[in-house]
Design a protein around this ligand. Sequence first.
Ligand code: GLN
Length: 539
Amino acid sequence: MVNYIIVTGGVISGLGKGITTASIGKILQLHGYNVTAIKIDPYMNFDAGTLRPTEHGEVWVTEDGGEIDQDLGHYERFLDINIPKSHNITTGQVYSAVIEKERKGKYLGKTVQPIPHVTDEIKERIRLPASQHNWDFILVEIGGTVGDYENVLFLEAVRQMKHEGDKVVFVHVTYVPMLDALGEAKTKPTQHSVKQLREIGIMPDFIITRSEKTLDNVRREKIAMFCNVSQDDVISNEDVDNIYAVSLLFEKQDLCRKILKKLNLRKDKDNLKEWENFIKKINRLQNTVKIGIVGKYFDIGASQLSDSYISVIEAVKHAAWNNNLKPDIKWIDSKVFEIEPTKVKTLDKLDGIIVPGGFGLSGIDGKIATIRYCREKNIPYLGLCLGMQLAVVEYARNACGMADAHSTEVDKKTPYPVIDFIPEQVKILQDSRYGATMRLGAYPAVLKKGTIIYSLYKETNVSERHRHRYEVNPQFVEKLESCGIVFSGRSPDGILMEFMELPNHPYFVGTQAHPEFKSRPLRPAPLFDGLIQAAKKRK
Ligand code: GLN
């Protein structure tokens, strides 16, 4: 029978509940269990596709074309599995399903109510993966913080699951702040958030405390006493240098055995060696590689947020570690180069540059200036989706004599629309159907032998995940190729240009896809690996 681990959050958002959930999954997996995870996002959006990246971070794309909150990315990376879009549940999906059923008369004349109809719909979705596959564990992370209006029905649904006999372990993740002025860690916010959870009818089995330093015994005792758990079940999750090491922090506190004991299960296997060695190796690395990410989704008010590019960052890390280097990532807001064009010279200090995916008009000229500089000064460059489109634009303008060439996303009247709609997008955009209508998910491509990209993938048939509406305009392919661009990979029908590169450059590579979504700690994405290899040489 499947076991559920329900992870809730308290005190503040942004605690790293996703990493905590993924790390619990990891230790269970390393002890021989079959694990998957579900993310519940209590917002009204149907999915994360129409959300700006500075709202909740990057939009993660699944193999089957889901546009999901970034936490699913953590689960995939930690557990090294592909997770389908059905493992993301939002209020928007739940309510629209309930309303659709009501319109079809499926409730047989009953008054349709939050309890039981909405909670039944939620439970059905949480239980779905267990009906499709033989999972030992399904981790369910409930987004938001206990006490939020919007997650009440989800909490009620998981309470009912335990009541109905599902095997459930509740893990509550809270924040224990350390106030400098007092010099003391405070447990009161944790006590209050557990109190709220208990009012809903959920008694946590474990409390995981996020804090700067290891939770001391005095606070542990206090939390245990006020929150009605045993001291052993208060787990410290203090800051560590590396997110992949959190699982080992849990292992040190014997969390896996403690979880299994509550379910009358035992540790099956002990496969920790490879993971431990990996963490040891990355902690020991000395030499750094400096990679610049030139983007635009960095600012929220006065603070800067790197979450918008989280998968790109993780992919850089995986590739750097694979090449025995410590990644040193620099955020560069492309708009800086628009205000002060001479500042592009600062890129000289970097070993490699990435222009990641993006939408809309702002920061585009700064990105094009970046790309030109990398091309002319032989700085290793990787363009991801928009980063490839703009590389084509830059090359068309400055190396193919097509002045003012552009993408029609940015300039509808350009004389040389080298990047244009994918044909089926025309009608979609006319009708303003923005949700889930891009070219989404995994698509195959065929690589050309003898190219740099082929040498990295080492095979001709590859597949990567996509999320875009625009593409290289087929009408310009011949001209661009005659000027020197090599389209090293195309869609199997030969129509879409999926990969490009420039020969006679240490590494100038672009892809219409997002290979960052398939990068894993122990299996870096080939194009990121190529970037780091070239960056290492430049050093
Ligand atoms: N805005 C571009 C498009 O829709 C690029 C998208 C992306 O970078 N993911 O094609």
